[in-house]
Write a protein that binds this ligand. Structure first.
Ligand code: ZN
Length: 486
């Protein structure tokens, strides 16, 4: 028997399961989405309120937008931000810069406030008073003024003037209340001829500085400038200490000349007094170098640790660098002359000083120090300088006035003329050292003469064996001054 009865059980609908699952997931996603609350956050970058001076350039820092949610946080989504910058942003006042963005169908907006202010004071310029601004009869005459402002432009018409006493006061304010002030003295024109000195009536200066007359103005009785008619008498010798007087004279048609005087005080700088050394001392001094034998000499001095003094020149420029070595090895470097050209240096005080300063500058270049010690070419007693009568008399006064100390010598080695032999130089020096009874000897030699340099070692040995010390000259060392014959 066949059981053919059909199975009455209902057929199960398995396919519904994924459908329900799918719907459930959608529901879950929707819930997550609502919980996330995704939105844009629009942020103004930089200051939200900006204070800007009028005329100052404005650079907008911009704004940025980000996609933000509670569940998924910040996403990397790019959201375009648009800015609206008002076209009159440069003008005074309060401006709003607006920033917009749209995200997920929603609009966002942020604002930045820009305040443009004018806090700069206007400029108030007075036309200078040339001579006078007030005249008998008419009183004060305005020479003119001008006021300008960075925002309001020309505001000359807003200037207010007020006369109080002998002064005119000016003030002006711009649209923003910024103010400027000025004042000018009232200067009455003379009613008779007058000379007005510019600068100090008593002019004080130090010897060696440049004197420049501060000048003057002269006016006639109609207050016209007649400065060109003034004559000046008197002269200032700026390198020589003393009291000088300059007289300014204006001839007038009536009542005689009008004069004014200025006193010029040239103060001496001076030099320290000389002090005799405590022990018997030999000061070796060498003129006219550096030259071809200077290095040899420096080696000898170094060997015996003897310090000397070099009165230097620029006669042999190829050796002039040796000044640096002289200085570095503890010798005194002092000015002799730049050119050693007698005809030039003694042709006038100005020429002498020019040459001197040139050498002093060169020494400074080589040593880093300005020396105030020097020796006149030929010494203070030279007569070659008679090409300019009296020049040594002036220079021996003027140089210490300017702070420079001159050194002569009391022991001539004879190497400049009377001998050409090393032995004779040696004998001259040691004999004359014994003859000078000051207790100190200032020896003159020339390191551009080989035979003279060759005598130095024997002189040193003799000195050391006879109880002398050797020292370089300094500002308080003995000057051994010569008599002045010109
Ligand atoms: Zn010389």
């Amino acid at each position: 028997m066949v059981n053919a009865s059909a199975n009455p059980r209902k057929k199960r609908r398995w396919w519904l399961i994924p459908v329900f699952l799918f719907l459930f997931l959608i529901l879950l996603a929707a819930a997550a989405w609502f919980y996330d609350g995704r939105h844009a956050e629009l942020e103004v970058l930089g200051q939200k309120e900006v204070l800007l001076e009028y005329g100052q350039e404005y650079t907008d820092a911009g704004a940025k937008a980000a996609s933000v949610g509670r569940l998924f946080g910040e996403l990397d989504t790019v959201i375009d931000v648009y800015a609206y910058i008002p076209h009159d942003l440069a003008e005074l006042g309060e401006h709003q810069i607006r920033y917009f963005c749209t995200y997920l169908q929603k609009d966002y907006e942020q604002i930045r406030i820009v305040r443009v202010v004018d806090r700069v004071n206007p400029r108030l310029e007075l036309t200078p008073t040339v001579d006078f601004n007030a005249y008998a009869g008419t009183g004060f005459q305005e020479p003119g003024y001008r006021a300008t402002d960075n925002h309001d432009g020309d505001i000359t018409s807003r200037v207010v003037t007020e006369i109080r006493g002998d002064t005119v006061y000016y003030s002006v304010s711009d649209e923003s209340g910024n103010e400027a002030f000025a004042e000018r003295p009232i200067v009455y024109a003379p009613t008779e001829p007058v000379i007005k000195l510019l600068g100090e009536d008593n002019y004080v200066m130090e010897a060696g500085m440049t004197f420049e007359d501060p000048g003057f103005r002269a006016y006639n009785e109609r207050a016209e400038d007649v400065s060109a008619l003034v004559t000046v008498e008197g002269e200032v010798t700026p390198y020589l200490a003393g009291e000088y007087e300059l007289t300014y004279t204006l001839e007038t048609g009536f009542g005689g000349p009008v004069t004014a005087t200025r006193k010029v005080f040239v103060n001496p700088v001076g030099v320290p007094a000389s002090v005799a050394p405590a022990s018997r001392t030999i000061y070796l001094t060498f003129d006219d170098g550096p030259g071809p034998y200077t290095e040899k000499l420096l080696d000898i001095l170094k060997k015996y640790r003897v310090k000397a003094t070099f009165f230097v020149t620029n006669q042999f420029p190829e050796y002039v660098d040796l000044i640096a070595r002289e200085y570095a090895e503890g010798h005194t470097v002092a000015v002799h002359t730049y050119s050693h050209d007698y005809d030039y240096i003694y042709s006038g005080v100005e020429e002498y000083v020019e040459d001197f300063m040139r050498m002093r500058e060169l020494i400074h270049e080589k040593t880093g120090e300005y020396t105030n010690l020097f020796r006149f070419p030929g010494g203070s007693s030279n007569t070659i300088s008679r090409i300019t009568p009296g020049i040594m008399t002036v220079l021996t006064q003027a140089m210490p006035d300017m702070g420079f100390k001159a050194f002569d010598w009391n022991v001539p080695s004879g190497d400049a003329g009377e001998t050409r032999k090393s032995d004779q130089v040696y004998l001259n020096v040691i004999q004359r050292i014994q003859q000078v009874d000051y207790g100190y000897a200032v020896v003159l030699q020339h390191d551009i003469k080989e035979f003279s340099v060759d005598a130095v070692e024997r002189i040193i040995i003799w000195g050391l064996n006879n109880g002398y010390v050797f020292a370089p000259l300094d500002m308080t060392a003995p000057r051994t001054p010569h008599a002045v014959y010109n």
